[in-house]
Design a binder for this molecule. Structure first.
Ligand code: ADP
Ligand code: MG
Ligand code: MG
Length: 476
């Protein structure tokens, strides 16, 4: 196991670690790396630090740069998929036969297509996530885990964590490492793209509406982006699906009003999983999608981020269709793809089933879900596949090669959990932002990164799922 950039005798020095943990937690609070508690998610009086690592984690410099560089191509790819109804119909045809949630999203998509889009401004804020695959021969490569095209989080808090890690390293006497902690400010870049789309919408009084959950544990992550908009004199409101259902309406030009306020942009920080929806929420979602408000993401971009689309993109010739004159773009994107396999009915799907049953530890079985904790690993793959393999139910899943990053020792700091030295692996995210009007791409950028780290005891799950914690890369 690699010890990373932190000397082992320091990691084992209990007394020093105890004092560093205290410094670390106070520093996180001072720098606003905050969350509300699960017991009191809607009361600002009860805050704690968001979970984070005591030390930053090593990431190979070349692979880090590769992730940032390829992001503008992923932005283009997602955006082009979102404009290709034939592709989306074909790619998701099997999925929507058996997955009710994706089917429901697809119904809204069809509705909007039929009625005609009422807004030519498109705003995409996404996060493409990767792990560093360590092969038996010691070589490493960057492999995409997934791309999140809706409600990609932690752009706010990750703008604050570099200062925390710098301080911890200084106090630990690691002055050279301290200098290597990278600046990161996704909140500014995400807000800049929101601001650009708001200007294009062209109404000073119209608001940016954050569509939020009832349970607001991660509100501070939003607030960094929100306050950046207010700083630019762009008004922001926070509303739930229920609020939109109760007080939302479209005027004769399909302008969206919530209460008396015109909405320029709906920024979805909710609505990515079935539990987010009641019948009323579905109605509210449809109204927003039909409206003239800029949706971030619109329904087609949401669908472009499904795991089924990710799998279809790895098939021969598919990327080429989206970049017909740019073989270099195809090469760069494809270099990040892990093996992904269909479970559709037919010979290909049969092959996938057999392969997974033979070596379940080499794969991850994924349904069309977001938010962590939904994937299937190891022996559970056999259990699930034995149940679904004979029928169409299996088409709700895709199979993916399991990525094996090099583990590193670190301490994970989470409120209310005893701290112990853990064997950890990290996942690197690149934040993408783009704004298109009609056929013209007006902004296309990578606006920052996110490193999340978890103990190898947990196969699955992000920060919100209570498994991973916030981190920073130390490039080597
Ligand atoms: P979600 O949309 O729920 O975040 P992901 O595809 O990101 O779904 O999977 C959740 C977590 O499962 C990831 O953060 C990662 O820790 C783990 N995971 C997913 N795919 C793989 C893979 N191919 N190899 C190893 N771990 C994976
Ligand atoms: Mg996801
Ligand atoms: Mg994920």
């Amino acid at each position: 196991m690699a010890s990373g950039s932190i000397p082992e005798q320091l990691l084992m020095n209990d007394e020093l670690i105890r004092s560093l943990i205290e410094v670390a937690k106070d520093t996180a609070l001072l720098h606003g790396v905050l969350m509300r508690t699960t017991e009191s998610p809607n009361f600002p009086e009860v805050v704690t630090h968001a979970p984070f690592t005591l030390f930053p984690s090593p990431v190979p410099k070349g692979l880090f740069e590769q992730a940032l560089k390829v992001q503008t191509l992923f932005n283009q790819l997602v955006d082009r998929i979102s404009q290709d109804p034939c592709f989306l119909e074909e790619a998701l045809a099997s999925t929507i036969k058996v997955d009710k949630f994706t089917a429901r999203l697809f119904d809204i998509y069809r509705h909007v297509l039929k009625e005609g889009r009422s807004q030519s401004i498109v705003l995409g804020l996404n996060r493409s996530d990767y792990m560093v695959d360590q092969r038996p021969d010691g070589s490493t490569s960057l492999k995409q885990i997934e791309i999140n095209t809706i409600a990609a989080s932690f752009g706010g808090l990750s703008s604050q964590t570099p200062a925390v890690h710098r301080h911890i390293l200084k106090v630990a006497g690691l002055l050279e490492e301290q200098k290597k902690v990278l600046n990161n400010d996704p909140a500014a870049g995400l807000a800049a793209a929101l601001a650009k789309a708001w200007q294009l919408y062209g109404s000073e009084r119209a608001v940016v509406m954050f569509l939020v959950e009832d349970v607001q544990t991660n509100i501070y992550d939003h607030r960094y982006i929100e306050n950046e908009l207010w700083r630019r004199n762009i008004p922001v409101i926070r509303r739930r699906f229920d609020d939109v259902f109760d007080t939302g309406s479209l005027d004769s030009d399909k302008r969206l009003f919530v209460g008396s306020q015109e909405v320029a942009i709906v920024y979805f920080r909710n609505g990515y999983m079935p539990q987010n929806y009641t019948e009323q929420s579905w109605e509210a979602r449809l109204m927003m999608e039909r409206s003239k408000a800029v949706k971030c993401p619109d329904i087609s971009t949401h669908l472009a981020g499904t795991k089924k689309v990710q799998q279809v993109l790895t098939q021969p010739g598919v990327l080429e269709k989206f970049f017909p004159d740019d073989p270099e773009a195809v090469t760069q994107i494809r270099a990040t793809f892990a093996g992904l396999y269909t479970l559709d009915m037919g010979a290909e799907g049969e092959k996938t089933v057999a392969m997974a049953l033979e070596k379940p530890d080499q794969f991850v079985l994924k349904p069309q879900r977001e938010g962590g904790g939904n994937n299937v690993y190891g022996a559970d793959i056999c259990r699930v596949l034995e149940k679904v393999k004979g029928g169409s139910e299996r088409m709700a899943y895709i199979l993916m090669d399991k990525i094996f990053p090099q583990p590193v020792q670190n301490y994970l700091l989470r409120q209310g959990t005893p701290v112990k030295l853990s064997t950890c692996i990290s996942e690197l995210g690149a934040f993408g932002a783009y704004v298109r009007q009609g056929t013209e791409m007006l902004l296309n950028e990578c606006v920052g990164h996110l490193l999340r780290t978890k103990s190898i005891e947990h196969a699955d799950g992000g920060v919100a799922a209570g498994v991973a914690v916030l981190d920073n890369p130390l490039l080597f």
